[in-house]
Write a protein that binds this ligand. Structure first.
Ligand SMILES: Cc1cc2nc3c(=O)[nH]c(=O)nc-3n(C[C@H](O)[C@H](O)[C@H](O)COP(=O)(O)OP(=O)(O)OC[C@H]3O[C@@H](n4cnc5c(N)ncnc54)[C@H](O)[C@@H]3O)c2cc1C
Length: 315
């Protein structure tokens, strides 16, 4: 059985691990690498984890899934020195209350071995699916792939809905948009992660406080959700300037080489009614973090639910 999987984030990794013995899996990813929103941008000596900064694991099955990666240290607990910053009040320390995990040396590093051995096309933005059950083809610009027995999308719900539109796919979810500023500071602050009481900036993260990261003074700043929602269509240069000004005011310092990243779909704020979607007649499926509001853990649970349904109804 040949299965095409669209996307190479955590949901896709979970499918690869659970479906590998059922057939050959072929992955299609629109960006240059794997990880999706579990993202790290790297230059020669510097890195910025500009997507999910860290995640929690509460579900026993998710904890079990993570354990081998914790054992080989490609995933590790991060215990940052926390502070609170605002323009009006003095900083004060905050407590860290439950284990938060990060990949090391990059956010996506730990899932790479799961994809090993499966053919993967990167920089391929799948725009349509054509054919029939058992004989599906994928189209991306002038490239065509297939045939596949099954197609499963792990893309966020908006691109998945566009791909499956003509197959009565009716799930909807609401995502929070976001902006991340990647920059460098002249000096290292005494804290690792700052929660900001500010209209523009939600939090600041010092990259080198994170296990296995380089020694440079890189900083990641995440915008406040309501502010990001209002600015989502604004001119990127203007958004970058506003974020830079806000961070400089909070830190009372000048930033170097700020760069902006916009996330149209960052975190799910209203999940879909179902954890996943699987149609054994059409031989199509979809899963992703849209199955819940717990981010990475929801992505895992959605993919796990789809894989279980696939094993019982799909093959
Ligand atoms: C700034 C930010 C902060 C976050 N904070 C947290 C947090 O604190 N805690 C938490 O748990 N989660 C957080 N999240 C959310 C978390 O990152 C996601 O829930 C999780 O990574 C989703 O995994 P996924 O595999 O479902 O989707 P993704 O990681 O988005 O993977 C889907 C993949 O599909 C690809 N794709 C999309 N369309 C196509 C197409 N047409 N063709 C081919 N490929 C396609 C994408 O490029 C992507 O690689 C945050 C996310 C962001 C961006």
């Amino acid at each position: 059985m040949k299965i095409a999987i669209i996307g190479a984030g955590l949901s896709s990794a979970v499918l690869c691990q659970t479906l590998r013995r059922l057939g050959s899996l072929h992955i299609f990813e629109k960006s240059r690498g794997i990880g999706g929103r579990m993202a790290t941008r790297q230059s020669a000596a510097e890195s910025w984890d500009h997507g999910v900064p860290c995640f929690i694991a509460r579900d026993p099955a998710f904890k079990q899934f993570l354990q081998p990666f914790l054992d080989d240290h490609s995933l590790t607990e991060w215990q940052p020195k926390m502070t609170t910053l605002s323009l009006e009040k003095k900083p004060y320390k905050r407590a860290w209350f439950e284990p938060h995990y990060v990949g090391q040396p990059t956010m996506n590093h730990w899932i790479k071995p799961i994809f090993a051995g499966h053919p993967m096309e990167t920089q391929v933005d799948i725009q349509s699916i054509y054919g029939e059950p058992g004989h599906w083809h994928l189209a991306a610009n002038d490239q065509h792939f297939g045939p596949f027995d099954w197609v499963i999308s792990t893309a966020p719900l908006t691109p998945t809905s566009a791909l499956f539109d003509r197959f009565n796919f009716s799930l909807t979810a609401r995502y929070q948009s976001g902006f991340t500023l990647l920059c460098r500071m002249p000096t290292t602050p005494s804290w690792d992660r700052a929660v900001c009481q500010d209209e523009v900036i939600a939090e600041l993260i010092v990259s080198k406080s994170r296990p296995g990261r380089s020694d440079s003074n890189t900083l990641v700043a995440h915008a406040q959700d309501p502010w990001a929602t209002r600015q989502i269509e604004a001119e990127p240069a203007m958004v970058e300037r506003a974020l830079t000004d806000a961070v400089e005011a909070l830190l009372n310092t000048q930033l170097e080489a700020p760069k902006l990243h916009r996330w149209r779909s960052a975190k799910v704020i209203e999940p879909a009614l179902n954890t996943h979607w699987l149609d054994p007649k059409l031989q199509l499926g979809a899963c992703g973090d849209w199955g819940g509001t717990e981010g990475v853990e929801s992505a895992f649970l959605s993919a796990k639910a789809l894989a279980e349904a696939f094993v019982s109804d799909g093959k």
